[in-house]
Design a protein around this ligand. Structure first.
Ligand code: HEC
Length: 120
């Protein structure tokens, strides 16, 4: 009977395959958690360090303020926040000076918006 070892091998490969996928997901989530992203603990610090030299309530370049939840919500709802940080066509690419935000920051802001952009 050769079928036994073959089946065992196939099952091992399947199990290992599934596990390594879970492990990858696990590490992706540890490196860049996108569950329960918080405005005050995650999103606001990203905006503060990359955007708010230009978009605070004093500078307001382009008339845009991004240092309070209510102001940010405006740009969530008109899609300009995501459009500008993802450099989508039709939006001014942001930050205006320097490089694009890192992938994790963009993923976290997008996850926060998809979860309903809560004031959390
Ligand atoms: C060096 C200054 C500067 C920085 C840093 C900066 N911006 Fe801007 N931003 C501007 C100016 C000036 C405008 C208005 C002119 C324009 O649209 O290009 C603008 C426009 C925008 C707009 C409107 C875009 C549109 O298409 O209508 C959004 C949204 C925005 N910024 C978000 C951000 C975000 C988010 C960041 C950080 C990731 C950021 N900005 C960083 C200067 C800046």
């Amino acid at each position: 009977m050769r079928i036994g070892p073959f089946l065992l091998g196939a099952i091992c490969i399947l199990v290992i395959g599934c596990e390594s996928e879970n492990i990858e997901e696990y590490f992706a989530d540890v490196e860049c958690p996108t569950d329960n992203v918080s405005f005050h603990a995650d999103v606001r610090p990203i905006l503060d360090s990359h955007c708010n030299d230009c978009h605070n309530s004093t500078a307001q370049l382009g008339g845009i303020i991004l240092d309070a939840y209510e102001d940010v919500l405006l740009y969530v709802h008109n899609d300009r926040l995501l459009g500008s940080i993802k450099h989508l066509p039709g939006f001014s690419p942001m930050p205006q000076i320097g490089s694009m935000l890192d992938d994790c920051s963009i993923d976290q802001i997008e996850a926060w918006i998809q979860s309903g952009a809560p004031d959390n």
